[in-house]
Design a protein around this ligand. Sequence first.
Ligand code: PLP
Length: 504
Amino acid sequence: MLYNSTLNKEKKVASAQAIAQGIADDGGLFVPEVFPEISDNEMKELLNGDYKSRAKLIFGKYLTDFTSDEIDECVEKAYTAEKFESENPAPLHRCTYNGNEINVLELWHGPTSAFKDMALQILPHLLTKSLKKTYDGKEAVILVATSGDTGKAALEGFKDVDGTKIIVFYPESGVSPMQKHQMCTQEGKNVCVCAIKGNFDDAQTGVKTIFTDDNMKDKLAQNNMLFSSANSINWGRLLPQIVYYFSAYCEFVKSGRINLGDKVNITVPTGNFGNILASYYAYRMGLPVNKFICASNSNDVLTEFINTGVYNKNRDFYTTTSPSMDILVSSNLERFLYHITDSDDRLVKEWMTSLKKNGNYDVGCDIREKIGNLFYGGSCDDNATKTTIAELYKEDNYLCDTHTAVAINVYNQYVSDTNDKTPCILASTASPYKFCKTVLSACAPEINADSDEFAMTELLNKVTDVKIPQPIAELKGKEKRFDNSIEKSDMADFILKSLGVSII
Ligand SMILES: *Cc1c(COP(=O)(O)O)cnc(C)c1O
C-alpha cells in the first residue's frame, strides 16, 4: 500500500513516511492509492472479534510496511480498558429522539472525554515507529493547531513519549473555559501550550505555513529535529477513526437489530471533515452505508458546499457553543475531493489554489450531484442545539454534549425532509461534562448556570445523576503551567524559542 499526495498522484510513499511527515512536501495531504476491501470472511472476523482485533485487521490493510507485531503493540498500548473505561472504547448507545431511534456511538470514553482520544492515544505509537523506519535518530516536533479538544488529546497522547516534543496553539477566545483549563494544566516534560490572538483558522494556517517553510525546516534539521503533525491532516489520525465505524456496525449487527449487509445512515457533527471522512473510507472499503449526514453549527460552510457545490469561506465567523466545529476551512475535505474526482490531482490543485487566492471554489454540477447522492448537509444554531439537548434529556433521559446535539438536530431535519428511516449510527464526540454550561442550562433552566466550571460540573451531576468522567473530576485544583499568549505573526519565533533553537 502506497500513499499519494492530493496535489500529485505520481508521488508515492509508504505509510511510515506519510505518518512521519504529516503533510506532503508539496503541501498536499497523503491519501491511500487504493481502498483495500474487507471481504465477507473478514467481515465475519470483525463481527466475532473485540475492538482491538478489529483495529489490528484494518490497520494491517493500510500499514503494509509495519510488521504485525508492530501493529499489535500499537493497538495494545492504545485501547486499554484502563484508558477507555471498558474493553470496548466505542460503545453504541440506543436512544430515541422525536420518536426516531438513534444509535449513538459514544467516542468520548478516553482520557480527555472527547473523541479525539480514539486517534490520539494511538498516533504517538504509530509515529515513533514510523520515525524509526524513516528518520532514525531525529526528534519529532509535533505542532498542533486546535479548536479545543485536539490540543488536550494530543498533549495526553504525547506526554513524556521519548523522541517527541509537542507545541499546541489554540485561539484565545475560541475554546471553552474547561478546555483551556485542561490544556494549561497539562503535565509532562516535553509539552508546551500557547494562545493565539486570532481564531482557529489563523492558528491552523500558521501551523501549515510553518510546516512548509524551508528556513524553519533547515533550522530544525541543524538541531537534529523535524516537524510532524498530530492534526487531523495526519494519516495516522484518520486511519484509527475508520475502525470505530466498522466496530459500531458490528455491534449493531450483534444487537440483532440489523442483519449483516443491511445499510445504515451515518451522522457526524463535523468541523475539519476528519471524522466523517473516516466513515466514507469505511464505506469505500465495503461498509454498507446509504447516506452520510454532515452536521454543522452556524458555521455552515459545509452545508452550503454539499447543497450548492460552492465552497466559500468568505463569510462571518461565529463563536458557538460547539466550538470544536467553529471552522471555515475544513482541511480534510481536500482528501474527499481527491477521491470523489477519481484522483484528479489537477482539479484538486486548481480548487485549493482558488481557495487560497479567492477564498472559494466551485466543483461544478457533475461533482456536486455525485456528492449529493451520498451526502446530506444540514446546520443548526445555538438555540436549536440547546433545545435539542433539553428535548433528548426529557424524552429519553439521555444527556448529550453540544456537538452531539447539533448532529441529532440535523439528523432530525434529515428524517423530516426525506422520511428515510434507514437505521442510523450517530457519532457522539464529547462528554456532556465538557460543555457543562450549555448542557446544564438546557436541562435545568431554573438553575443559574453562571458559576465556575467546577461548580457547574457538580450541579449537572446533582440534577441529572449522570456520572462525571474521571478525567474531568480530577481537574479541579490542578496547577496552571502555561499562560503564553502571542500574535499569530509570532508563532515561528515562539516555536524556535521554546525549542531552544537560535532565531537568527
Ligand atoms: C474535533 C471535534 C469535532 C469535529 O470533528 P472533525 O473530524 O474535525 O470533523 C466534533 N466534535 C468534537 C467534540 C470535536 O472535538
